[in-house]
Design a protein around this ligand. Structure first.
Ligand SMILES: C[S@@+](CC[C@H](N)C(=O)[O-])C[C@H]1O[C@@H](n2cnc3c(N)ncnc32)[C@H](O)[C@@H]1O
Length: 305
């Protein structure tokens, strides 16, 4: 028995590992297919991603509970962009609470929500109030950390300081158990990499903790200065922001959701970093932009999506 090739193969740690990896991959694909089966036919799909056209509140209601590992998204901010109708602030916050509750239900026990929000004006109270101030006691998740996204370009100002930040609210379902892949997002730009204490290197050799302030350029438009990744969508996430968020806060082969998909940035980043992804988008034209962008990325890179 111990001489048999079958026994030897079973005992070979390398083969056991390869087999376990294949098993995990098969399970991940099956988990993704189960989720899609519950949601019905997507508007567009690939092997590891799917785009649904519709109101995220309705689609979220169909997601089996606990089936998403990370939601990474940026909703409309109630500031009059072409894809939103400005409404009274209380109504806007109630609307946010509705889809945040839907995300909470859809999130796995050790899952998270990384929510990008900015500022909104509040009649007679504030020129621009941080949306986190209005949401803070309306969200069922545990707020793990607020990340400041700082960028260089934006609205110029003479009577006030030029606004140069938005926030990423890192919410987890369980404050003790959550995904955080610090080594995958370390910053290699270390000032004194060779500094030692008691003969040991002081810094992590992979790089430093990227901190809770992220300096990442916004997607720009305009002749001669448009970002390479620019699509016709008016509020596109920079890919660098998406990549750091996906790598740092979701497991490899996990399922990532963006309920306000826009131009498809979240899916683009997920495909580059081995995550499954689904996106919801209410506008047909933006769904088409996202699908085209993803197809383009797949054509232009030699990546195996
Ligand atoms: C801030 S943009 C997201 C941009 C996206 N992060 C990107 O990188 O392109 C918000 C998006 O949410 C969409 N949207 C608004 N209300 C929605 C709803 N109820 N359900 C789904 N999508 C919605 C808008 O059409 C818009 O494309």
């Amino acid at each position: 028995m111990e001489d048999s090739p079958m026994y030897q193969a079973l005992m070979d740690p390398l083969l056991v590992e390869v087999d376990a990896t294949r098993h995990v991959a098969v399970c991940a694909q099956a988990r993704f297919e189960t989720l899609l089966a519950a949601l019905g036919a997507p508007k567009f799909r690939g092997e590891r991603h799917a785009i649904y056209e519709g109101d995220c509140r309705e689609i979220l209601a169909q997601i089996p509970a606990g089936s998403v590992d990370l939601t990474f998204t940026s909703p409309p901010y109630n500031i009059g962009k072409e894809y939103e109708t400005v409404r009274p602030i209380d109504e806007f916050i109630d609307w946010c609470v509705e889809w945040i509750n839907g995300i909470y239900r859809a999130t796995s026990a050790d899952g998270a929500l990384l929510l990008n929000v900015g500022y909104v004006s509040l009649l007679d109270r504030a020129k621009s109030i941080p949306i986190p101030y209005l949401l803070w006691n309306r969200v069922p998740f545990f707020l793990q950390q607020e990340i400041v996204w700082n960028y260089g370009a934006g609205v110029a100002a003479k009577k006030f300081l030029s606004p140069r930040n938005e926030k990423l609210l890192w919410y987890v379902k369980d404050a003790e158990h959550y995904c955080f892949n610090l080594d995958d997002i370390r910053d290699p730009d270390v000032a004194y990499p060779n500094q030692k204490k008691k003969g040991k290197l002081r810094c992590n050799t992979i790089g430093k903790n990227p901190s809770d302030v992220w300096q990442i350029a916004k997607v720009t438009s305009g002749e001669g200065r448009a970002s390479k990744e620019r699509t016709p969508h008016p509020a596109q996430f920079p890919l660098d922001l998406c990549e750091r968020s996906i790598k740092g806060f979701s497991p490899v082969d996990g399922i990532v959701l963006d309920p306000f998909l826009g131009s498809g940035s979240t899916i683009d980043a997920c495909l580059r970093w081995g995550r499954y992804s689904i996106g919801f988008e209410i506008r047909e034209d933006y769904c088409a932009i996202a699908a085209e962008r993803i197809a383009d990325a797949q054509r232009q890179t030699a990546l195996q999506f």
